[in-house]
Design a protein around this ligand. Structure first.
Ligand code: HEM
Ligand SMILES: [Cu+2]
Length: 554
């Protein structure tokens, strides 16, 4: 065994911190999934919400719990474990920071959730101005962000400690990847922190009367696009650095993996305008520039697809496979740790193609704000990313709790992923189709005064409800497995798999860990893409909007 792989287990003290995050994440999944079920039922036109509960309140809970809480908490928990496993146990100080971050995030989540339940914040998970929420909602969001910085600092600190102890060496691949994702997150959240603290909170507190909607949305999307890569990169960590070990192969190329992560850092942030293509106050030349930068992420995405399939093929051939596709038969299809993320990968093919549609200015005009978009991110986030997260949990949770994934649970996990795939094919397929016919997203059921066009959408909304109900069964199954692995599975040792590079591979160039350089290029690209348009937006600003509350209170 090589010196760099001496820690093969996550220290129990770090494991506790990691599990704390995972408990919150899976609680969010259960509650958020229930809201999803209610949404599809309402949109089928055959069901109405009881007790004065409002559709948009349910939708806010769903978006916040699944888009923000599940993802961020899962990622913090997984990244904590990954760093502890590959760079070594956290120092007491770093672990303490990790706990402080956890509690700040949890208290912030509880504050925001309480305001949503009290109907003081029915502003959806994007909290777009001029919808105005209670100040406690924005303070809660701030605590979540600050908490994530504290935890992020603990992870960066642990990386720094490793670097000092191992001068001149490349950091372990998983730790390197966590560092890239954490740096991207910190740079990106500066935007959302700016709009919340400088615009939305003072406005909600009544200190200022009006808010500049376009500035606020621009700052939001400066954050909102890297947010989706913040979700995706932990899935890529599993694909690049963990799956090769599970299938009994080697990492295709350690250097290529690092380079692709660096490219994501560079090209994830200066591209937020692709969410604002129909926004009137932004000069089209800058939209064009940001769309070009957006398409740059196709490069690391295809690099990832290439290396995954190269790993699969090489591993299969090393096990004696012949012919063009014989290697596929040698893959461990009976192992949930592989098959569940693999189904997620497969979903990324149509998901990525849809993303190219969304980002193309002309095609965006067709799908903008339709339920097509919701169909798209239920493939990317709610299938590719979450199935990979489920696949990670199936070994990570027992590893952290000192238990075993039994044969029965492994089988149930594979069934779960197929249930998810079937449910999502119906739900997301129906969403894509209805969206092309003009059905809006974020809309409760309506016949729009008997409009013929709206009548066309109803069969798809029924299909969406069937798919959503199947998905809810998938939620129940994954909760059964999670609870089993956390509390009831037999005691034992479950491996935290970490792949190794091909024996003869040259070491990745040292410049990959020159953070001054990468941060410098990141900052230069951001300044290039945003400075002039932002000055333009501010100089030509209208008087701003008063707060709106479009929903009814209890
Ligand atoms: C039982 C499973 C699920 C069902 C039935 C479901 C259903 C839905 C539906 C029908 C909508 C759109 C409603 C509308 O625009 O009016 C929606 C929105 C959304 N879903 Fe899901 N979903 C599920 C799981 C997930 C998961 C696992 C995630 C993320 C990890 C997720 C994230 C989101 C987000 C971020 C929105 C956008 C909310 C908004 O537009 O404000 N969903 N979901
Ligand atoms: Cu985007």
């Amino acid at each position: 065994m090589k010196a760099s792989t001496t820690h093969t287990k996550v220290d129990p003290r770090d494991a506790k911190l990691s599990m704390a995050y995972l408990y919150v994440a899976f609680t969010a999944l259960a509650l958020g999934g229930l809201m999803g079920l209610l949404q599809v039922l309402v949109r089928s036109g055959k069901y109405e919400l009881p007790f004065g509960i409002d559709y948009y309140q349910v939708l806010t809970v769903h978006g916040v719990l699944l888009g923000l809480v599940l993802t961020t908490f899962f990622i913090m928990g997984f990244q904590t474990a990954a760093v502890s496993r590959t760079a070594g146990t956290m120092s007491n100080g770093a672990r303490m920071a990790g706990w402080i971050g956890f509690w700040l995030m949890t208290i912030g989540t509880a504050m925001a959730a309480t305001m949503i339940l009290l109907k003081e914040a029915t502003v959806l998970f994007t909290f777009y101005a001029p919808l105005k929420a209670h100040p406690i909602f924005y303070i809660g969001l701030t605590l979540v962000i600050v908490g994530s910085w504290v935890t992020g600092g603990a992870l960066l600190g642990t990386y720094g400690k490793w670097r000092r102890q191992n001068p001149g060496k490349n950091s372990p691949l998983l730790t390197f990847m966590v560092v890239v994702n954490t740096v991207m997150w910190i740079v990106a959240t500066l935007g959302v922190a700016a709009t919340v603290l400088l615009q939305l909170l003072p406005w909600s507190l009544g200190i200022v009367d009006r808010v500049d909607v376009l500035v606020s949305r621009t700052l939001f999307w400066y954050f909102g696009h890297p947010l989706v890569y913040f979700w995706l990169l932990p899935a890529y960590m599993c694909w690049y650095a963990i799956i090769p070990k599970i299938i009994g192969g080697k990492i295709f190329s350690d250097s290529l993996a690092r380079l692709s992560f660096l490219l994501f850092l560079l090209f994830s942030i200066p591209v937020g305008f692709h969410h604002q293509l129909v926004e009137p106050g932004i000069d089209p030349a800058w939209k064009f520039l940001q769309v070009v930068l957006t398409f740059m992420v196709i490069i690391p995405s295809l690099m990832t697809a290439f290396s995954m399939f190269a790993t699969f093929e090489k591993t299969g051939r090393s096990k004696g496979a012949t012919g063009l596709f014989g290697w596929a038969k040698k893959l461990p299809w009976g192992d949930a740790r592989f098959t569940v993320p693999f189904i997620g990968m497969a979903a990324f093919i149509p998901a990525g193609a849809g993303g190219i549609v969304n980002a193309s200015h002309q095609l965006n005009q067709v799908v903008h704000n339709t339920i097509w978009v919701t169909g798209h991110f239920h493939l990317t986030l709610a299938t590719t990313v979450v199935l990979t997260f489920f696949g990670i949990s199936y070994w990570l949770v027992p590893h952290l709790t000192g238990r075993k994934l039994t044969k029965a649970m492994n089988k149930l996990a594979i069934i779960q992923a197929w249930v998810w795939a079937v449910g999502m094919t119906f739900m997301s397929g129906a969403m894509h189709a209805a969206g092309l016919l003009g059905a809006p997203r974020r809309s409760a059921f309506s016949e729009y005064g008997g409009s013929a066009q709206a009548a066309e959408w109803i069969p798809y909304q029924v299909a969406q409800a069937i798919g959503g109900s199947i998905l809810f069964i998938g939620i129940i199954l994954v909760m059964v497995i999670f609870i089993n692995l956390a509390f009831f599975a037999p005691k034992g040792e479950e491996e935290f798999p970490v792949g190794e590079a091909e024996a003869g591979e040259e070491k990745a160039p040292a410049v990959f860990e020159n953070w001054k350089l990468w941060l410098g290029i990141t900052a230069a690209l951001i300044l290039f893409a945003y400075t002039i348009p932002l000055i333009d937006i501010i100089q030509n600003a209208p008087i701003g909007s008063k707060g709106w509350q479009t929903w009814s209170k209890w």
